[in-house]
Design a binder for this molecule. Sequence first.
Ligand SMILES: [Zn+2]
Length: 436
Amino acid sequence: MSSDTVIRIRGARLFDPYQGLEAPDADIRVLGGRVLAKHEGQEYAEEVVDARGLWVVPRLVDMHVHFREPGQTWKETILTGGQAAAHGGITAVAAMPNTSPVIDSPELVEWEAHRARAQGFVRLYPVGAITVGSEGRELADLYRMQMAGARAFSDDGLPLMSSQMMRAALSYSTTLGSPIINHAEDKSLSRGASVHEGKPAARLGLSGVPEAAESAMVWRDVLLAALTGGRLHVAHVSAPDSLDAVAWAHQRHLNVTAEATPHHLLLTDDALTAWGYNPVTKVNPPLRPEASRQALLAAVRKGLIGVMASDHAPHHQDDKARPYPDAPFGISGLETILGGLMTALIRPGLMNPMEALKLLTTGPDGVLGLGCRGLAAGEPADLTLIDPTRVWTVDPGRFYSMGHNTPLAGMELTGQAEASMVNGRWVMREGEVLTS
Ligand SMILES: [Zn+2]
C-alpha cells in the first residue's frame, strides 16, 4: 500500500468520546497520518476495511505505564512496551519516570519521547520526576521538563513522603498547569509488607499493609491541594477512605482527579488464596477485599474516578520467581486493560460503552491536557478497532510485553482490540503487531 492510498474504515460502530459522537455505521478515511474531511482526498485510491460488527474508538490512553528503559531493559523496553500497547489496542501512554537513571531532566524527557516516536508503535507522553532522582529531597526542574514535553510529574514507584516537598510541587503545579501524581503510601506503615492486611494474608503468613497506609497519604495530598490550589492526580486508588478524600476534594471544587486499575476492579485479595505463594498477585497497592472493590466500582460509576490506567509494571520471570516477600511489586497490564475495562464495567451493564470508554479517552486526556479532538477532520489518525463480543482467555504467553506477570492469567475477558492505528499507520491487525 502506497502512502497516497486512502485507508477507509467502513461499517464500525463509532464511539468518539472526544467529540461526544456515537454512530452505528461509521465511514472514516485516513491519509497522510490524518483523518480526512468528507470531501477531501477523493482523487486517491482507497483500501477499504470492512469493520462491520466492530467498534471504532479514537486514541485510547493508558496514563500509567512503566517501560523500564533506560536501565532495566531485561524487564521491558520502549520498543516492547510500545508493541504491548499496540497489541492491547492502546494508542497513547504516559510513561512513569522511575527508570535508571530516573527521568528527571529535559534531556532525558526528550530522549524518551524521541525514541518512542522513531519506533512509532505508541504515542508516548513522558512523565517527569517531581524530585531529583526521585529521592524526595530536591525539586527537579519541572519547568524545563515541561518545555521538553513532560505532561505530568511523579516519583511513582515511591511515595513523596515529605509533606513540605509535596506542598512545593503542588504550588508549582498551579503555574505549570500539569498534574502532580503521587503514589500514596505511608512507608512507615507499609515497610516489609507485600499484601493487603487481611484474612488471606494471615492464612499464608504474609505480612500485610492496612488501607490506611494509602488513605492517610491521599488525605494529606488533598489537604495540600486545598492549601495550594495545585493540581493533584491520585494514582491507582484502592481503598474506600481514599475515595472519601477525593469526594471531599470534588465537593470543594479542587483540582483533584483519580485513577483506578483493572486489577483492582476485577480481583480481590482472595486471589492470594487461589495463587498461594506465587508472587504474580504481588502488586502495590495490593489487591483489596470485596467491599473495597465494590466501593471502587461505585466510585467509577459516580465519576469520582475518571481514569482507568493499567499501572503496567512488567518484570522478568526470574525476579517474580523469588520468594513472595522478596519478589518485586507489579502486574503486566497493557494487554489486558481494554478487556479488563469492558469486562468489569460494560459486560455486567454497570456502564454503557460511551461512559466506560471515557475512562481511557477524555478522562486521561483531560488530566494530561492533551487536547485530542478524536476523529475530527485533520486530527492525527489514532484509533482502535474493537471486537466487543469476543470472549478470550488471558494467556501471558501471547503477550508482546516482556513481562508475563499477571494474576489475570487464565481469566476469561469479554472484548478485545482487533486492530490499532497510530498516526495513520496500522501497528496491529487481527491481533498481530506489525513489526516491519
Ligand atoms: Zn505507583
